[in-house]
Design a protein around this ligand. Sequence first.
Ligand SMILES: [Zn+2]
Length: 196
Amino acid sequence: MSIKIQVPVVDSKLAAVFPEVCVCCGAPREVESALVLGRQVARGKRQESITVKFDVPHCERCGRTTKAVFLAGCIPFVLGFVLVGLGVFGVVAYLALGSGLDDHGKPGNSNSLLLGAAAGFFSGLIGAFVFEVAARVVLLPFLGRGLSNAPLLAIQLLRDSQYIAGLSAKLNSEATHVELELANARVAEQFAALNR
Ligand SMILES: [Zn+2]
């Protein structure tokens, strides 16, 4: 069972230290995986963008899994977005042009391109999602638990959270705290004891 811990943010840094073990499996620390969380926060009248960046200890194997899982999600996501988005953009813009959409309104308008771009953007998002799910089904036997535990990129984008092996992190709406969710209860205990 995963354990949630709230950690305060001070000067855009995480006010806590990680134990010298892999957050995923508890093996000795060998590498680090960087996590970057960002958010727009209203400070008085203006918007400020806050970025909190920190390194999370991993063992060699979990660090590698994190990279592989990121690529396994990111590459099909981008590919699906570009391929489906461009395809739909082309078809919709071409059909709209053919149907005489640009003949109405002001001369020289590019309504067909705008319509194509809007259609392309939304179908691109759907394409990205479908490609990522398909890639996950294909890659699951190779990447195993590291991949099945990771939420889909589309969902991470919606929820504003970041995932690496053994840990997911989310910045609260005022950017004063980071909510860490540790998958390994023993590591969570060590973390809590270290930052009491
Ligand atoms: Zn590990």
